[in-house]
Design a protein around this ligand. Structure first.
Ligand code: CA
Length: 223
């Protein structure tokens, strides 16, 4: 899952970035509203964590522009504790949730998981697909009731594919959701992760769609 973090406070931003990476997210951190607005026009993110008080362009404007373009990705806003007005304005401008500063990283991550579930129309916290069961909260996967060890990236890739089962995801989209800017990415990194997942969950589990990308079929129950 790739997150755009927009926060101008160096200390808070740095702590959040580090924490979110530890939780398995790919994180891109921007420090002003204008560059966030620009990035959101051109890049694909799964979630946005948006501070409202930002230089150059306010968080509210970034949010309003995003929704005006018809982009539906979940947005969690960060506000000052005393500012009820900001929270109301943020929610009315299309934010999906908010946290007031200071907050706990565990709570932020739980809220992000909840947003992700809602966004993929999934009330169940567990992601179940035939014999695979993923728990995004504990970062565990079982296959035929046995725990399978997967790397952070493999977990993120598997989750992305399962949440979009029945749909083809392009190589570019998948790579973007796994890596943030400035990360050194081998040109065949995605293929390596796909290869590893096939080894663990079966060769035919992930289909290659030539020239486009990859997909997992809908689970048997959904067909
Ligand atoms: Ca700020």
């Amino acid at each position: 899952m790739r997150i755009l973090l927009v926060e101008d406070d160096e200390l808070l931003g740095d702590g959040l970035r580090t924490g979110l990476i530890q939780y398995g997210y790919a994180v891109d951190w921007l420090k002003d509203g204008q560059s966030a607005d620009q990035a959101l026009k051109t890049e694909t993110f799964d979630l946005v964590v948006l501070d409202l008080g930002l230089p150059k362009l306010s968080g509210i404007t970034v949010l309003q522009n995003l929704r005006a373009r018809g982009q539906t990705m979940p947005v969690l806003i960060l506000t000052a504790r005393e500012s009820v007005e900001d929270r109301v304005k943020g929610l009315d401008s299309g934010a999906d949730d908010y946290l007031t500063k200071p907050f706990d990283l565990d709570e932020l991550c739980a809220r992000l998981r909840a947003l992700q579930r809602r966004f993929s129309s999934r009330a169940e916290p567990l992601l179940v697909h035939d014999n695979i069961c993923m728990d995004p909260a504990s970062h565990t996967v079982t296959f035929n009731n046995e725990t399978i060890s997967v790397s952070r990236r493999e977990f993120a890739l598997l989750q992305k594919l399962l949440e979009n089962s029945g749909r083809v995801l392009s190589r570019e989209h998948l790579t973007q959701s796994l890596y943030g800017w400035g990360e050194d990415v081998d040109s065949n990194a995605l293929e390596v992760h796909i290869h590893n997942l096939r080894k663990k969950f079966g060769q035919n589990f992930i289909r290659t769609i030539r020239g486009i990308g990859y997909m997992i079929d809908k689970s048997k129950e959904e067909k």
